[in-house]
Design a protein around this ligand. Structure first.
Ligand code: EPZ
Length: 421
């Protein structure tokens, strides 16, 4: 397995380019199942999860190919596919669940492995299934699989309110309703920019979706859709991760290709902890002016502070001149990075959903273990800030969501390289 080795304590200076959004790419690739023909998705990131989605679509009978630079994906969807997502693929990527809605909407039947939990939580899909049932699907759970069937082969438009805000749940039901017979109104929907990007892709395929980005979606079902040609938005979480790097003491990082409007809640907190954040042409510049100030952070669905940025923002708080609280309201176990940050000298205590971070003067390098995607990104940031050598082990977690992070950080002056454990 790979590891990342960092000689910390070097202030980062320079510009870094953001890749396409993983969490927009995955549902948009799945949405291609809604239309027979040749699809093209541009600005996709070169990530393990994208390759996994490609393998899953190929397993169904699609032809999935990436361009030479791996930043465009072409997908040929046949008239009929094997409407199944097997456990051996789904267990490596929970987001595979987003093929459920398109399969049952287009072919009237889908058999998808239950994704199971992961390091950050149980990750149930009950809200996805309730939404499909509202559209008329019959749901059967057995042997670790969910089978969804549309009586008569087609779902029916309906009014449905999600009990809780779910990003991929909103995406699954939006895609299913796009081909349903009649009108649907979906309420308490997720408002993330990735949901908006998917809705824009679907509308360019001929879907009739209004309200994306609000908590109410109005969808007129159509009988068929045409292949998509779509350019994916920038990855706001990768961008936010590099913005936090810029907020570290003495750093000055220009993050290119991102939209400040996708990260307003993060920018508020970075300014509160003392960073200078300025919008520049095509991106955002973040400068860490001296020792960070303590701030309190509470995650919530968009447009609130993103749970996917919670681990990363904890790093400057570890070095603040005071105590901060970090409250995680979205997932039940998303403090796996805390014990690893403590190995680097951080002074953090957790009690249920809240962590109290008492700032220390400095962190010191040590071997640490990645546990999930964003926790591993936080450990890289901590290694950059720490004095001495940090080794982040099990970086396969990192490679699921960050395209060669060491190649992006090295030009900023980071002494970072990849090695073998
Ligand atoms: C998406 O996951 C993202 N993944 C996650 O990013 C992100 O952390 C999460 O949204 C929240 O923003 C993708 O888009 C591929 P949810 P998702 O359904 O859709 C509960 C990353 O790092 N819930 O919005 O799975 C759930 O347990 C990943 O890139 C139910 O109870 O998250 C959680 O507590 C990690 N029942 C909360 O809702 C359901 O049916 C939000 O989950 C669905 C969700």
């Amino acid at each position: 397995m790979d590891k990342i080795i960092i000689e910390g304590g070097v202030p980062l200076r320079g510009a870094v380019q953001v890749s396409g959004a993983k969490n927009a790419t995955l549902p948009i690739l799945a949405s291609a199942l809604l239309a027979e023909g040749d699809h093209l998705v541009r600005n996709v990131p070169d990530l393990a999860d994208v390759r996994t989605m490609g393998r899953l679509l190929s397993h169904m009978g699609c032809t999935f190919e990436r361009s030479a630079d791996h930043h465009a994906a072409s997908l040929r969807v046949p008239a009929a596919v094997l409407p199944e997502a097997p456990y051996e693929l789904v267990k490596t990527m929970r987001a595979s669940v987003v093929v459920l809605g398109p399969l049952v909407a287009r072919w009237g039947r889908a058999r998808v492995s239950l994704p199971g939990g992961c390091a950050i939580g149980a990750r149930p899909i009950d809200l996805h299934l309730k939404g499909l049932e509202a559209l008329g699907a019959e749901i059967e759970l057995s042997h670790g699989y969910v089978t969804a069937t549309a009586p008569g082969g087609r779902l029916k438009g309906a009014d449905f309110t999600f009990d809780g805000q779910t990003v991929t749940g909103t995406e699954n039901i939006m895609m299913a309703a796009a081909l349903a017979d009649g009108r649907s109104v979906l309420r308490n929907c997720a408002r993330e920019p990735e949901v908006i990007d998917l809705a824009e892709a679907l509308n360019r395929m001929g879907a009739r979706i209004e309200g994306a980005g609000t908590d109410a979606l109005r969808i007129e079902g159509v009988t068929s859709l045409r292949p998509l040609d779509h350019t994916v938005i920038a990855d706001r979480i990768e961008a936010g991760t590099f913005m936090v790097a810029g907020a570290l003491p003495g750093c000055d990082v220009e993050v290119r290709g991102c939209l400040a409007g996708h990260l307003e809640a993060l920018i508020v907190k970075l300014r509160a902890l003392g960073a200078t954040v300025t919008e520049v042409a095509g991106g955002v510049r973040v400068t860490g002016d001296g020792r960070p100030r303590p701030v309190d952070v509470r995650t919530s669905p968009h447009p609130g502070f993103p749970t996917d940025m919670q681990a990363q923002v904890m790093v400057p708080l570890c070095l603040a001149d005071g105590s901060s609280t970090v409250t995680e309201t979205v997932f039940e176990n998303r403090f796996m990075h805390v014990q690893e940050l403590q190995r680097l000298g951080a002074d953090i205590s957790t009690d249920g959903k809240t962590a109290v971070v008492r700032g220390v003067a400095s962190l010191s390098g040590a071997p640490v273990m990645a546990s999930d995607l964003r926790a591993s990104a936080a450990l890289v940031l901590a290694g950059l800030a720490a004095e001495g050598t940090t080794e982040v082990l099990r970086v396969y977690h990192l490679d699921r969501g960050y395209e060669r992070i060491e190649a992006k950080l090295a030009p900023l002056g980071a002494r970072i390289r990849r090695g073998k454990e």
